[in-house]
Design a protein around this ligand. Structure first.
Ligand SMILES: [Zn+2]
Length: 413
């Protein structure tokens, strides 16, 4: 039996670390509001850096604020095994979404230190910048810059609702670094995350082995009508952009119900009306929609179905309707080798587990394009997430943290 086969993380220490994180940006209703690059995010980042340095790691920060804490390995120039997720939250977020994955990575390093265990490859804990996209859009921007899918300049130029750029916010909290953090230095990534859905909790399954991700299509629809007085303008003469938006919303919802039997969904998630004032018919609405399905082909076919319905929606609403912007992500499989390590660890430790796809977006989905990647899901109470009441117990997360430790050790040697 090897020295590491009985190795266990210190769950009480991890729980206390999570509790400290839960104080930074705490909301009155027990959640967190720690928007990317806010003062609270800055405070959490400094706390994380202090913890990592106290554990003997060197912390590197890149141009967009991605933080990587490195614990060296025996191979001086070995590529590091990355472990981590994100420390930012939604506007009314929970205490575990993303945070668990980062702080579990820190706990792995602390555990290895406790037992004086040296690994062949270095191990590094990562905190990706702006995963949530609640302040700066798009979400998962730090990991997109890491892979080269987006440039640092693109990230710096994003603005929040007050017109503050991501670049200025980084400088404000002192997290615009000059380290080069890219795929060439990393062997693999393991991301532990709460499921954010009810499947594991409902079935009382301890772990999700995430084999890949749903195919996602996002798109912005512009509806153009004409302004007019809401009183005198006769009904037949109106071209109310909000009526067009209502028809679009219902069409998107109908497609959601068509996707539902095979596990898909479709959502209208945002709407901006102009001029959005009393007494005047709105002449422009911009709305953002999203379709997700386990199969890339199916999600693509249903997006086409929506596009084909546009002439009918235009006729019903007397508005002009067009898709102005669209994006695609997900529809990927995680690395078979890394995933097998997580599944093997779950089996060896006797935990109930199930293969599943992630329906939510995660940094791991960007990173998987550049570095072998695996994800592990841990149950969360009622599947509730992006909500202040998001909750897990120590018993819920213990299997996930143990499997993470084992899989990372197996990979790092
Ligand atoms: Zn997350």
């Amino acid at each position: 039996m090897s020295r590491t086969s009985n190795l266990r993380p210190d769950m009480a220490r991890l729980w206390a670390t999570l509790a400290r994180s839960a104080e930074i940006g705490a909301t009155p209703r027990g959640g967190l509001r720690r928007l990317a690059l806010s003062q609270e995010d800055g405070e959490m980042r400094r706390q994380f850096q202090d913890w990592c340095e106290a554990a003997g790691c060197t912390v590197a920060i890149d141009a967009v604020g991605n933080m990587v804490a490195l614990r060296p390995g025996r191979e001086a120039n070995g590529k590091a095994v990355l472990v981590g997720s994100h420390l930012d939250t939604q506007i009314k977020g929970g205490r575990f979404d993303g945070i668990l994955g980062v702080l579990a990575g820190l706990e792995i390093i602390r555990t290895l230190n406790d037992h004086n265990i040296e690994t062949r490859l270095p191990i590094a804990v990562v905190n990706w910048t702006n995963e949530e996209g609640a302040r700066f859009e798009p979400p998962m921007i730090g990991s997109a810059v890491f892979t080269g899918a987006k440039s640092a300049q693109f990230a710096w130029d994003r603005t929040d609702k007050d017109g503050i750029t991501l670049g200025a916010a980084l400088e404000e909290i002192g997290f615009k670094g000059d380290a080069v953090i890219g795929p060439q230095s990393y062997d693999s990534l393991f991301e532990l995350h709460i499921e954010q859905g009810p499947r594991l909790d409902d079935q009382k399954i301890q772990l999700g082995i995430v084999t890949g991700a749903f195919g996602v299509r996002g798109f912005v629809v512009e509806v153009l009508g004409e302004t007019g007085h809401v009183g005198p303008t006769p009904m037949p003469q109106r071209r109310n952009a909000l009526v067009g938006a209502a028809h679009v919303t219902l069409a998107v919802e109908e497609i959601g119900w068509l996707l539902h039997p095979t596990g898909g969904k479709s959502t209208t998630m945002r709407l901006k009306a102009e001029p959005n004032l009393l007494g005047i018919l709105p002449d422009r609405v911009e709305m953002t929609c999203d379709m997700r399905h386990p199969s890339e082909e199916v999600v693509q076919a249903h997006l086409q179905m929506f596009l084909d319905r546009i002439p009918e929606l235009e006729e019903k609403s007397r508005c002009r309707i067009a898709v102005r912007e669209s994006w695609t992500y997900g529809g990927i499989s995680f690395d078979a080798g890394c995933t097998a390590l997580t599944r093997q660890a779950a089996q060896d430790l006797g935990y109930s587990h199930q293969d599943m796809l992630t329906e939510a977006g995660h940094d791991a989905m960007h990173v998987a394009h550049a570095v072998p990647t695996a994800m592990i899901f841990t149950p969360c109470e009622g599947g509730l997430s992006h909500n202040e009441a998001e909750n897990v117990t120590l018993a819920d997360i213990e299997p996930g943290v143990n499997v993470l430790l084992r899989a990372v050790l197996a990979r790092a040697g």
